[in-house]
Write a protein that binds this ligand. Structure first.
Ligand SMILES: NC(=O)c1ccc[n+]([C@@H]2O[C@H](COP(=O)([O-])OP(=O)(O)OC[C@H]3O[C@@H](n4cnc5c(N)ncnc54)[C@H](O)[C@@H]3O)[C@@H](O)[C@H]2O)c1
Length: 301
């Protein structure tokens, strides 16, 4: 499973394949309609539980292919071959798969751990600079969660190299190994994603790349954390990479409406991941609605 951009660049390196499903690139195609096409391709190729599905591409292809692998015949193996920064540092690991519904991100999905992940950093050379920058936001997020050397490197503007990719993968996998099903510690990986996903949904998945929306979400999370200096640092880091630091394509009310549909919502309130300092992040189940509204409103200024 690949998309129209990545397939022509790298599919021949995968060797002989039983067949393929190619989707149009971009978040707007992370849908049930695309899943239907992939399932159909699996049937047409006669895929059985003895086979592997390969996901060649970014997080969209990985989430979609993983979901199809989780559900086709109640589960066939998937191997991720991630080709974006987002996918190499984050989405290929941990087994979260799924597709979006028009109203909300990742609303239909399953946990399905990959049988393997083959990440070749050289594939990032063909990535558009704007995609590279947006993907770096997941490195920034992971640096805030991990603290220590990764945060030092990120805050000093280090580039995404093999070392950073491995550090991010290790951080994520250590957290996932302790809480595969998102019932506790894994929730910290959602840092910046609560507002980020709401921005993506409120803008029809077309105005911001995933990482760009998460960057804005990090600023909101740092406001809610009461960490003004750290927020200013993160804002500068985003700015230095040409990433958005203010919300231009959606009204705060629309973002708040999307936030209310967040699938992490329990008993009425959406939990937020807050940062005490890099390396010390906590899940706060009850953040006052007014504080959330003001953190989102501040993004427009
Ligand atoms: N499952 C998880 O744990 C998890 C974690 C983080 C993000 N995600 C998901 O990942 C998605 C975002 O992933 P993404 O940023 O990789 O987006 P993407 O898959 O849409 O890729 C971005 C763009 O880059 C192109 N591209 C990919 N690899 C390329 C290459 N090597 N050279 C040239 N072009 C290339 C793609 O065709 C696409 O146009 C979102 O849907 C998000 O929800 C999932």
């Amino acid at each position: 499973v690949t998309d129209e951009t990545v397939g022509p660049l790298y599919e021949e390196r995968l060797g002989e394949l039983a067949g393929k499903a190619v989707i149009a690139p971009g978040e707007r195609h992370k849908t049930l309609a695309s899943a239907q096409r992939v399932w159909q391709a699996l049937v047409d190729c006669g895929v059985t539980r003895a086979d592997h599905l390969l996901a060649l591409g970014g997080g969209v292809v990985g989430d979609l292919a993983g979901f199809c692998a989780a559900t086709y015949q109640r589960g066939v193996a998937v191997v991720h071959v991630p080709t974006t920064v987002v996918a190499q540092v984050d989405s290929a690991y941990g087994g979260k798969t799924g597709v979006d519904l028009p109203q909300a991100k990742n609303y239909v999905g399953a946990y399905h751990q990959p049988a393997g992940v083959l990440a070749d950093p050289a594939t990032l050379d063909t990535l558009a600079p704007a995609e590279h920058a947006a993907g770096w936001v997941e490195v920034l997020k992971t640096g805030l969660i991990a603290g220590g050397r990764l945060w030092d490197a990120v805050s000093q503007g280090a580039e995404v190299d093999e070392r950073a990719i491995l550090a991010c993968a290790r951080t994520k996998l250590a957290i996932v190994a302790a809480d595969e099903r998102d019932e506790g510690r894994r929730r910290v990986l959602n840092l910046g994603h609560t507002v980020g996903h709401a921005i993506e949904a409120a803008t029809g998945y077309g105005a911001y790349r995933h990482g760009e929306a998460v960057g804005l979400g990090l600023l909101a999370a740092l406001r809610l954390s009461g960490r003004d200096e750290l927020r200013a640092t993160v804002r500068e880091l985003l700015d230095a990479r040409g990433l958005p630091t203010s919300l231009a394509h959606a009204a705060p009310d629309d973002v708040l409406a999307a936030l209310a549909r967040d699938k992490k919502r329990l008993h009425g309130s959406v939990p937020f991941v807050l940062v005490r300092e890099p390396g010390d992040v906590v899940v706060e189940p009850d953040v006052a609605a007014e504080e959330v509204a003001s953190a989102v409103a501040e993004l427009v200024r």
